[in-house]
Design a protein. Structure first.
Length: 291
């Protein structure tokens, strides 16, 4: 269960109406809610995911997200796209531009999670982590860049963590960490490379555990909800971030809570699924989360 949008404390006059927003990994979880929030403004929302076939173990499909975006007031475009395949990515961007004529916002949300130790994780699984978490965002930005250049307020958001080089975050799952940190390095590099255009490039990361579909499938819904916030907090934070002026807000590693507090929202209880703030668990790669 996610927090209902109409109960969210986040309010703003800034809008994505008429803008073209691309969200990868849009069939469920954080990506789904980011897409719906954009749709609520009347945005054109391109939804990318590897498959539209229902998975008996994990709820959510592209068709279901498209329906939710349409119900929220947006214009969805659902595209089956494997971000590991550059040709699939290039074809998806061509389809988006053919349908909507532009790309204004790109949210690299698709991600792979594998926390196994080196001894247990074969090289082919490491390649998958890099393909989804690094090569996928790179391919999407590469293909969308000519169109982002023409936007009046272009934003790229990588759902990736701040760079925390403590060995404590590397030794338990070095392969996964290397992939996510490489995505964060893309944020730093692109922010500098595209600053003169300008295209804003930022990383956004949950301050606490969020009740994403994947996390609940891996750990159990009751376990996750007992320590988490809803995915709506990431959707509201992403909306706040990509509606700011691109030239003034780039090259940052931000948590969802930091973004919303900058919007003047100090009380985040509406997003909390856990019984109390003390039960919230800081997310991966954050030394501590001020709750």
């Amino acid at each position: 269960m996610k927090a209902r949008m109409d109960r969210s404390p986040y309010r703003t006059d800034r809008s994505l109406r008429g803008r073209v927003v691309v969200v990868s990994g849009a069939s469920r979880g954080i990506g789904r809610d980011i897409a719906i929030r954009a749709g609520a403004d009347g945005a054109n929302v391109a939804l990318l995911a590897k498959t539209d076939t229902p998975n008996p173990k994990i709820a959510g499909t592209l068709a279901e997200t498209a329906s939710a975006v349409r119900s929220a007031g947006g214009q969805p475009l659902a595209i089956t796209c494997d971000v590991r395949d550059p040709d699939s990515v290039a074809g998806a961007v061509q389809e988006i531009v053919a349908a909507f004529g532009a790309v204004d916002v790109l949210v690299n949300n698709a991600g792979a999670l594998d926390l196994r130790l080196t001894s247990a994780l074969p090289p082919k699984s490491f390649r998958r982590l890099l393909a989804v978490n690094v090569e996928g965002p790179y391919a999407l930005v590469h293909s969308a860049l000519p169109h982002l250049r023409r936007s009046s307020n272009a934003h790229i958001v990588n759902v990736s963590p701040p760079l925390n080089l403590s060995p404590a975050w590397l030794s338990p799952h070095v392969a996964h960490t290397v992939g996510k940190y490489a995505e964060s390095l893309l944020t730093l590099g692109w922010a500098a490379e595209f600053a003169s255009i300008p295209i804003a490039v930022n990383s956004l990361w949950p301050e606490t555990t969020v009740a994403s579909t994947g996390m609940m499938a891996a750990m159990g819904e009751d376990v996750v909800r007992s320590q988490a916030r809803s995915t709506q907090i990431m959707a509201d934070a992403a909306h706040a971030l990509v509606t700011r002026p691109a030239a003034e807000h780039t090259g940052q590693f931000l948590t969802d809570a930091e973004v919303l507090r900058a919007e003047g929202i100090e009380d985040l209880c509406a997003y909390r699924l856990a019984a109390c703030d003390e039960d919230l668990t800081p997310n991966f790669y954050l030394a501590a989360a001020p709750l």
